[in-house]
Design a protein around this ligand. Structure first.
Ligand SMILES: [Zn+2]
Length: 299
């Protein structure tokens, strides 16, 4: 009996040592960051694949068992995932990842939001009630999310603290080197104005010195009206705005029409890894964004 217990304990210890931290992220950028920090100590699954609206990732029945098994849920925050995450958390019946518990990892914790509206309710369809949640498109702010993910992994699996922190530091150093490179590359687009479909780009524009002229949407989450499009086109012409950004999350028809009417360049930019081919990681995605914008301005 004693031997059996000992064997059982040894088995439990061995399986605990092999068990990976099971992490679910809402978006693909957060999954990439988690893989960088967790390496082979984590098993990561993103709910989004890269082409979904960050505010409305379509819910699949397969998400529920995945969320049920998760040790951590990593999210953008600022209510970005309001339309799908609360319902999934409830359906998961997993106490570890509920809001307020250690498994609920809100990456916005250290971020000061831009464009905070006066009202914080969703009644008018506004999907940015606590300010703009698309801060990871600024690679400097993305570093804050990386740090937050590392802290959460350490809190969950303190026995791996040294490894998580080593991986985090290595990735942050890699990001720092890329940020310096992106700033140099982006020098020709400094001051360039652009519009986009959804309000994804204020943090990006601020970091790289671009002028974010406006959006095709009337307000975040609210479809454009004919009058809004007409006014946008005429102000773009008057101010010589050279670029319209269409995100893969939204239909290309209206941005294309605006580009034609205003006589400007339409570019398609990913807002998370996987949004367009060749952008599987965050670094690849930022490389793609900078290169595409520079090429569009030079046109
Ligand atoms: Zn948004």
């Amino acid at each position: 009996m004693k031997l059996f217990r000992l064997l059982l304990m040894a088995g439990m210890i061995a399986s605990a040592a092999q068990a990976k931290v099971c992490v679910v992220t809402t978006l693909t950028d957060l999954a990439d960051f988690t893989r960088e920090v967790g390496d082979d100590l984590v098993e990561v699954r993103s709910l989004a694949t890269g082409i979904e609206d960050t505010h409305g990732v379509p819910m699949k029945p397969s998400f529920v068992p995945v969320m049920n098994r998760a040790d951590l849920i990593v999210l953008v925050g600022f209510d970005c995932e309001h339309a799908f995450l609360p319902a999934l958390l409830e359906a998961s019946k997993n106490p570890r990842i509920q809001k307020g518990n250690v498994g609920y990892v809100d990456c916005a914790k250290g971020i000061t939001p831009l464009d905070v509206p006066k009202s914080t309710d969703h009644s008018e369809g506004d999907v940015h009630p606590y300010g703009n949640p698309h801060y990871t498109l600024d690679p400097v702010l993305a570093k804050t999310a990386v740090a937050e993910i590392c802290d959460a992994l350490v809190a969950f699996a303190p026995e791996h603290e040294a490894e998580f922190k080593r991986n985090r530091d290595a990735y942050l150093a890699k990001l720092d080197a890329k940020i310096a490179e992106w700033k140099t590359e982006a020098a020709p687009i400094k001051g360039a104005a652009f519009v986009s479909y959804h309000e994804h780009w204020p943090y990006f524009a601020k970091r790289f010195g671009l002028k974010y002229f406006g959006t095709v949407e009337l307000k975040p989450g609210i479809d454009p009206t004919a009058r809004h499009i007409e006014e946008l086109v005429s102000s773009m012409k008057a101010e010589h705005v050279p670029i319209v950004v269409g995100e893969p999350q939204f239909p290309e028809k209206v941005p294309r029409l605006i580009a034609e009417q205003a006589g400007v360049t339409l570019v398609k930019l990913p807002i998370m890894p996987g949004g367009v081919p060749g952008t599987d990681t965050y670094i690849e995605m930022m490389d793609y964004i900078i290169k595409t914008m520079v090429a569009a301005v030079k046109k």
